[in-house]
Design a protein around this ligand. Sequence first.
Ligand SMILES: [Zn+2]
Length: 53
Amino acid sequence: MEMSNKEIGDMIRKLRKGELVHCPQCEKGVIVPKKPNEIHFRCNVCDFAINLD
Ligand SMILES: [Zn+2]
């Protein structure tokens, strides 16, 4: 699934604020940091990943 830049921007803003973000790819998982305070986030169900940089 392709995400627009606006959708990606909204997702990054929410992750930075610590809000819960549901995965846009599988729509079942949530996007969580790989490690505490990491900028690399990924879905806890599928292989979707996003970096906050
Ligand atoms: Zn997912």
